[in-house]
Design a protein around this ligand. Structure first.
Ligand code: SF4
Ligand code: SF4
Length: 321
């Protein structure tokens, strides 16, 4: 281990792996990172055991990059351990930042989730269903697995976070810019900053023509032949661009898909889902309650749409007890 190199760790909590792929998507730049840093732990790409982290002095790591939400006791333990051992901690990606897709499970209680995943899952062989329990006694001794919590938390519900790098996953060019800044030792932004993103709304950067947003019908993207030049919202395709922080390069609308809001709320917005719902209600072209009801029927899973990434960070946090 070279003492002059930056000591860093990358870790995933409740995550899909996409954030780690976003780091690898910086392509050959990752070699510059490897040259400037000792990667002491990165479960998806390099070795590094929990006991090695536990053996470190407090603050020995310069940087911990944590992606994924907190769903289990293991996620919480490692988040706290890395926080203790690191000078700087970054919440990387939507799940660490806002709870992300895993936090959509906060619409259900633990029993419902277990029933769906372990008891009624069509892939389970008949008579072979089992619900995981934290402690199981077997002939060889006791087996222990992490405790599955009642709800999903974002990283800063559990530990102090220095910076947030949003996105599902963060755009590789933004990852690169942030890593470059850290590796170069350049002046860092104020603690608590959202980095790798702008303070503008995605709509401000979107090049699609904006005329009048009044709709009589909502559609899913595959249900209509869209005009590739015109704002998706104006065509009745729900797009979260007005309630989402820009910085991704307008990835989805530029690919003819609506924004789902993964870069999170704009500065000063407390609840991104409420902001998204307010944008939806403002474009409904009717004052007749029955007709409004009919128009809204065109929206499948409104909660999933508005709170796709931000449930754990919302005022709701979870919709079941
Ligand atoms: S709502 Fe979507 S498509 Fe319309 S301007 Fe905003 S980001 Fe672009
Ligand atoms: S367009 Fe929206 S959903 Fe797509 S990457 Fe950008 S912020 Fe995320």
């Amino acid at each position: 281990m070279d003492k002059k190199k930056l000591q860093i760790a990358l870790y995933w909590g409740a995550a899909c792996g996409g954030c780690d792929v976003a780091v690898l998507d910086t392509n050959e730049f990752i070699l510059d990172v490897a040259a400037a840093c000792d990667i002491r732990m990165w479960p998806i790409a390099a070795d590094g055991k929990y006991k090695d982290i536990e053996a470190m002095a407090d603050g020995e790591l310069d940087l911990a990059i944590f992606n994924g939400a907190i769903r289990t006791s293991e996620n919480e333990h490692i988040a706290k351990l890395l926080r203790k051992k690191s000078k700087t901690m970054v919440a990387f990606g939507s799940c660490a930042h806002l709870g992300g897709i895993p936090a959509m499970a906060n619409q259900f209680n633990k029993e419902e989730i277990f029933e769906k995943a372990y008891l009624k899952n069509p892939s389970i062989q008949e008579g072979n269903a089992a619900v995981p329990t934290p402690h199981t006694r077997v002939e060889a001794g006791e087996l222990e697995i992490p405790v599955f919590y009642k709800r999903v938390y974002k990283l800063d519900d559990i530990v102090d976070v220095d910076y947030y790098l949003p996105g599902c996953p963060p755009a590789p060019e933004q990852v690169k810019a942030v890593l470059k800044l850290i590796v170069s030792g350049g002046p860092l932004p104020a603690k608590g900053s959202v980095v790798g993103a702008s303070d503008r709304a995605l709509c401000d950067d979107c090049q699609r023509k904006k005329e009048e947003k009044m709709v009589k019908q909502f559609h899913r993207p595959w249900q209509i032949l869209q005009d590739p030049e015109r704002c998706l919202m104006e065509q009745g395709i729900l797009c979260a661009g007005s309630a989402t922080r820009s910085g991704c390069g307008v990835r989805c609308p530029n690919s003819n898909m609506p924004c789902r809001g993964c870069y999170g709320p704009l500065p000063g917005v407390v609840d991104q889902g409420a902001k998204i719902l307010s944008a939806v209600s403002s474009i409904i072209d009717s004052k007749d309650p029955a007709e409004i009801e009919k128009i809204l029927e065109g929206i499948q899973d409104i909660t999933g749409y508005a709170y796709r990434f931000g449930m754990a960070a919302s005022l709701l946090q979870r919709s079941v007890r």
